[in-house]
Design a protein around this ligand. Sequence first.
Ligand code: CAA
Length: 282
Amino acid sequence: MDIFTFGVVGSGQMGNGIAQVAAQSGLKVIMSDIKEEFVAKGLAVIDKNLARNVEKGKMTAAEKEAVLGRIKPTVNLSDMAAADYVVEAAVEREDLKFNIFKELDSVCPPHVMLASNTSSIPIGRIAFQTKRPERVIGMHFMNPVPVMKLVEVIRGIATSDETFQITWNLCEKFGKTAAQAADYPGFIANRILLPMINEAVYCLFEGVGKPEDIDTVMKLGMNHPMGPLALADLIGLDTCLAIMETLYNGFKDSKYRPCPLLRKYVEAGWLGRKSGRGFYSY
Ligand code: CAA
């Protein structure tokens, strides 16, 4: 099965990154969101990233224009009818993703595969919203998408071998390395990463360390490229909380209890870089 047109639902920090790597690999891309201003912002981020590549001599100005020319923005999810494969990268909320998958299932031809970039919602539950569970899979990119080499590929219980293989091949086409994870809450990446971040928030909550000290320990002591609190700000604190809730509810194990301070920040609208304030100010 050949993929020529790649659909991306959501033009936020994950969606625009996925659209960029797909367009850079030569595919035509349809990038959708619910408002014109969101798709315009997503396109502006891609433009800025590509312009940086041109400045660094990694790409010519003509190549940049060709990549941008392959991305068609839209505010109509029904435009995904023209895509050969669709990945959903909307906000990490189950009700919202379920509605998107129901709508995609009704507009996309039955042979089209539907992937979710969910960071922790079970693929089986998402697949159950459609009449094509064998064509639903997890395609979990890491942030920032153009830089990070990994894509975690998650097979739902009903995912077919063909869906898995085509998804795996797409990751390679995008210049990424895929790793396979089974469909349990948090998969592999966030099952390990988020409890570490949550523990860093507990260290702050309990006064064990200031944000700078917590991050310095992990950066210089463990050679992490950035500290856990700075990384939480990059991921988005609402997303971090949503993932911890999924782990906590999914395993019913108190070791995944979200730190109350994380919840307090999210309730105050301190969501990290995207809102200008998280554990640090931007
Ligand atoms: N978009 C595109 N490119 C970016 C970028 C962005 N947002 N941020 C940085 N880059 C590029 C830079 O342009 C630079 O490119 P060149 O090598 O071509 O010059 C390169 O990345 C390195 O950037 P910097 O020199 O500015 O900074 P750095 O060396 O500190 O790297 C970083 C920045 C890549 C973000 C690095 O700090 C890092 O790897 N951090 C950890 C990121 C991480 O753990 N991501 C996973 C998050 S978890 C997740 O996404 C899953 C989930 O479900 C929550």
